[in-house]
Design a protein around this ligand. Structure first.
Ligand SMILES: Nc1ncnc2c1ncn2[C@@H]1O[C@H](COP(=O)(O)OP(=O)(O)OP(=O)(O)O)[C@@H](O)[C@H]1O
Ligand SMILES: [Mg+2]
Length: 607
């Protein structure tokens, strides 16, 4: 192997070049199979438009259109792959997958259409008409694609291009997979199927209407809560103490997507309200509408009756009135000013005034808690800005002698970014949510499917791995297609996002381990190469709950691991292109044969 920096020879497993000391990048597979969402935007009747027009005008018009579209696509986390004439193709979910890529792509489409309408208003005579389409599906993704190189290739790209040309001007349409992935988030109306060039069957399509939910949120199901007695008991206990002894506390609920964090919080909120308490709820968002203090701002807004889309002056009046009725007279002017900064209604720059702003928020919740005990929920703080996290930290460490319980909900990666979370706070508890037990999972299935066959229940329990969201999605996909063996896209997206959020070495290790099997061994993995420090990588994987070290090994002298769940292994394996799989399988077999005196004995491993 040659050093990428100086070109000198570097030993195969070295992390640093012995000649120049440059760190050697982890050379993972260069291509992967991934589910992506492809967005196509095109100008309606573009050639007619350019016909006979002054070339300078055409160029200016194109620049306006490209800039606006690119900016909007990137705001939602998409990557603009190329311009083909007037058409723009963007990919969501590559190189890195997020659990809500399809939704982001559709939001980006709507935002682009909106942006073009605004452009037309600002530039008289521009008169641009565009349309858009989003398709989701498996593609080959170039992981290290340079700008301008193809990022994703596959049928999904062609289908998106075809669908786009069938969209009505000014509107967006989506294909079937995107429909399934986003039907909870948008009003979608089925159109007559589209005969697309190069497609045997007509392609189903849906016209996109208004968004139904805020970004990356989904409606919580109404099925009865199963299990979680212990977790609720813990939260209720600290709540009682907060109410009866005025001892505030922070509970941070941790768990992967779909495990039931929001559900636990809403159960608690119902409890609190039944007891005459009040819940203040603020959610952080992954993109777009996110302002630094969004989670806290939402709390203030809801408590003072301000709507998100209200004109600034109306919102300020409402805030001033609410503050005047809550605060002693001497504090009103100051507090109104700082809370309006926090809401993004202020004109000043908040940065230099963080402490005042924090203090205003503290007084706000304290005074509210004099009226009724308060449960303050900060939802999805893995997306929160550092300033909001500092604010929560400040509130928890400074609010005393008040009837307040803080509840923060986060996915596990949050603790990696903020490992000291809770450390300096007087009353802080971390509450990890474990998967449901198989019996509990079966109970959830029972409440979703009136009379489910035992074999179906068994299959869903085995596949879902105790994740209630996955159970719901699997049951819903059974309703769509009872015989389907395929994983629902939503489940796949959630797990791919978890894998893609891993540090590079851990991620490569996970993909390689998936080739060895559901059970794998440290030395075998080390021999597959590409991971500089296998133990460190395995540690990271174990800490994230993706793999588990076994106390006993079936292979003497080697440490045994298993994937925490077959879904994780299958998804990781599914990311590897066939060629890479073949190579890794061969390398695994060769290593095992070499390292065991009598390969016949371990025929089962090789098989
Ligand atoms: N213990 C449970 N019993 C029955 N249903 C549950 C349980 N926990 C969660 N659910 C259901 O599973 C779905 C996913 O739960 P929830 O939205 O709370 O996940 P989450 O942890 O907040 O995920 P995210 O990180 O994506 O926000 C919801 O529809 C919820 O009602
Ligand atoms: Mg949630």
């Amino acid at each position: 192997m040659a050093c990428r920096h100086c070109g000198e020879e570097v030993p195969e497993e070295a992390r640093f070049c012995p000649s120049c000391g440059a760190e050697q990048a982890v050379a993972g597979p260069q291509e992967e199979r991934k589910v992506v969402s492809v967005l196509f935007v095109d100008v309606v009747g573009s050639t007619a438009h350019a016909d006979g027009a002054d070339p300078e005008d055409v160029r200016e018009r194109n620049q306006l259109y490209y800039r606006e579209t690119r900016e909007r696509i990137e705001r939602y986390g998409g990557v603009v792959e190329k311009f083909i004439g007037d058409a723009i193709m963007a990919v969501f979910g590559a190189p890195l997958a997020r659990s809500d890529d399809a939704e982001r792509a559709v939001r980006a489409a709507l935002s682009t259409l909106e942006g073009i309408r605004e452009l037309n208003e600002r530039h008289a005579g521009l008169d641009l008409q565009v349309r858009a389409a989003v398709c989701s599906g498996e593609a080959m993704v170039a992981i290290n694609a340079a700008p301008g190189e193809a990022l994703a290739t596959g049928d999904v790209v062609n289908t998106a291009a075809r669908l786009q040309s069938a969209a009505p001007p000014g509107r967006a349409i989506v294909g079937e997979n995107t429909y399934r992935l986003t039907r909870h988030a948008f009003g979608l109306e089925e159109l007559p199927s589209i005969d697309a060039k190069g497609k045997r069957d007509a392609v189903r399509a849906w016209l996109v209407g208004e968004p139904l939910v805020s970004p990356a949120s989904r409606p919580t199901s109404q099925t009865p809560l199963v299990g979680r007695d212990r977790e609720l008991l813990i939260v209720r206990t600290v709540w009682d103490r907060a109410v009866n002894a005025s001892r505030p506390h922070l509970v941070t609920v941790l768990g992967p997507a779909g495990i039931g964090k929001s559900r636990l919080a809403s159960e608690m909120a119902m409890d609190v309200e039944a007891q005459g308490g009040r819940t203040l709820w603020g959610r952080s968002l992954p993109y777009e509408e996110q302002t630094p203090y969004r989670g806290a701002g939402e709390i203030v807004r809801r408590a003072t009756g301000i709507f998100e889309n209200e004109p600034v002056d109306v919102a300020r009046d409402k805030l001033a009135a609410a503050v005047a009725s809550l605060f002693p007279e001497g504090e009103v002017a100051e507090t109104t000013r700082y809370l309006s900064l926090l809401l993004g209604l202020g004109l000043d720059e908040p940065a230099s005034e963080v402490i005042h702003l924090q203090f205003a928020m503290r007084r706000f919740v304290e005074l509210l808690s004099r009226e009724q005990p308060v449960l303050v929920v900060f939802e999805d703080i893995h997306w929160a800005d550092a300033v909001l996290l500092d604010l929560i930290d400040y509130l928890v460490s400074h609010v005393q002698e008040h009837r307040i319980l803080f509840l923060a909900l986060a996915r596990p990666e949050f603790m990696e970014e903020r490992p000291s979370w809770g450390a300096g706070m007087a009353g802080s508890t971390t509450l990890p949510l474990d998967p449901l037990t198989p019996a509990e999972a079966a109970q959830v299935i029972g409440s979703l499917l009136a009379k489910a066959q035992a074999s179906i229940v068994e299959r869903v329990v085995a596949t879902a791995g105790g994740n209630p969201l996955f159970i719901e999605e699997l049951v819903a996909s059974l309703a769509d297609d009872p015989l389907s063996e395929e994983l629902p896209g939503t489940v796949l997206a959630a797990i791919s996002a978890r894998i893609d959020s891993l540090p590079a070495a851990g991620r490569t290790a996970l993909l390689h381990a998936s080739v060895i099997g559901q059970t794998f061994w440290r030395d075998v993995l080390a021999h597959l190469g590409d991971v500089p420090d296998v133990d460190e990588a395995l540690d990271a994987l174990e800490a994230r709950g993706l793999v588990q070290r076994r106390s006993q090994s079936q292979v003497e002298g080697d440490v045994e691991f298993t994937f925490k769940h077959v879904l994780i292994r299958d998804t990781a394996y599914g990311m590897l292109p066939r060629a890479a799989r073949r190579e890794l399988h061969a390398a695994t077999a060769a290593h095992v044969e070499r390292s065991v005196p009598d390969p016949a004995e371990i025929g089962w491993v090789l098989a």
